[in-house]
Ligand binder design. Structure first.
Ligand SMILES: [Zn+2]
Length: 383
């Protein structure tokens, strides 16, 4: 499929493909895929001795809900975290969850794709193309509408994460393209590995230089990170189980650099669910219900940014902040107060504005209101 797509982009009318790969390549529309068993069949074709016909295979339409096998309704309690993930999904914001072991951070993260909008056909093609390069494509369902979810272990190398090697191959961030990259136990990742994330987080693509060749892979993903509040994990434990010293905690947290944190708009605390909430019979809201709200907020953004080429609220930068995240006097005052009391930097304020924009979109309002600002500040208050 990548060959067929490339040939089409270069203006070729047809491409010869080994018979075994014809089904996959024929998913690309607008180019003739000619399946051959041997090179002599190509010679026959050009000598006029062949009745070789383009291979036909209709792509399966991208439709119907993706079956994830998991659902947000299975998560008990954690209303604050669920709301934060809904906002993150609606605006494509990166999010950091801090909480003790067993608070359900990874359970929540894994369910994020179930509330994200399904991929459009062009998005699904982009993803299928990447998976095809690595031979990971699902032949039966090459264009699944479900967004990718990747969760590499913290022992991963920088080449494994962003791609590379003597013969460059895409890394985890490219496999997460159009989907979610979940980094559990963020401070445990090697420092140099976290640093290489910065450029792709900004540009939505990664370029790898090897032996004089430059390869660019797409990597537009949503970063979901999780960490413990301290090395032992029990800093916020009400029974004082934490055994860490202050310098140990500081060292642990400083492993995540400021510039990386700057790219994470939403940072929340995920406490352990009290026993009484775990046992309560009430199920949470279903993913399909949440996704409807997310879809609507995304449509508002698509309409708003149709002329400015911005992908979503999380990508609003510079002069666009003033244009799209306008505040009334009351909201200005709230932000000013937050800066004075909580010591927010200019970058933090930008994050808050972007998040407030998304909350207003979820609320179906054109203007950012006081309640949106207050919630956005709350979503930024935790390191
Ligand atoms: Zn501790």
């Amino acid at each position: 499929m990548p060959y067929a797509l490339t040939a089409k982009e270069k203006g070729f009318k047809g491409i010869f493909i080994p018979v075994e790969n014809a089904d996959e390549a024929a998913l690309v529309e607008g180019i003739d895929v000619l399946p051959v068993k041997s090179l002599s069949r190509i010679v026959d074709y050009f000598s006029g001795f062949s009745d070789l016909k383009p291979h036909q295979r209709k792509p399966e339409p991208v439709s119907g809900l993706a079956d994830h096998g998991i659902d947000f309704s299975e998560v008990r309690g954690q209303l604050h975290a669920k709301r934060a993930l809904e906002i993150a999904a609606a605006g494509f914001h990166n999010i950091l969850m801090t909480g003790p072991p067993g608070s359900g951070k990874s359970m929540l993260a894994k369910r994020l794709p179930t509330i994200l909008p399904e991929m459009t056909f062009p998005e699904a093609i982009e993803v299928a193309r990447i998976y095809s390069i690595l031979g990971l494509i699902d032949g039966k369902r090459p264009f699944s509408p479900a967004r990718p979810f990747r969760s590499p272990h913290h022992t991963i190398s920088d080449a494994g994460l962003v791609g590379g090697g003597s013969k460059p191959v895409p890394g985890e961030i490219t496999l997460a393209h159009n989907g979610v990259l979940f980094l559990d136990e963020l401070p445990e990742f090697k420092k140099n590995v976290l640093e290489v994330l910065r450029q792709p987080l900004e540009d939505g693509k990664v370029s790898i230089a090897r032996a004089g060749m430059n390869t660019v892979y797409p990597s537009k993903f949503m970063l979901v990170a999780a960490m413990n509040p301290c090395p032992c994990g029990y800093l916020s434990d009400p029974h004082g189980k934490c055994t860490c010293t202050r310098p140990q905690i500081q060292k642990y947290r400083s492993k995540i650099s400021g510039p990386l944190l700057d790219r994470i708009d939403i940072r929340i605390e995920v406490p352990k669910v009290p026993y009484k909430d775990l046992g309560s019979g009430s199920r949470g809201e279903a993913s399909a219900v949440i996704r409807k709200r997310v879809d609507r907020a995304r449509r508002m953004q698509a309409a708003r940014f149709s002329k400015s080429g911005i992908a979503g609220n999380s990508m609003i930068q510079g002069r666009h902040l003033k244009q799209f995240c306008r505040l009334d006097t009351e909201c200005e005052q709230i932000l000013e107060k937050a800066v004075d009391i909580l010591g927010f930097s200019a970058r933090a304020c930008h994050s808050i504005l972007r998040t407030a924009r998304t909350i207003a979109d979820l609320d179906d309002t054109a203007d950012i209101k006081r309640r949106h600002m207050a919630e956005a500040i709350q979503l930024r208050s935790f390191r």
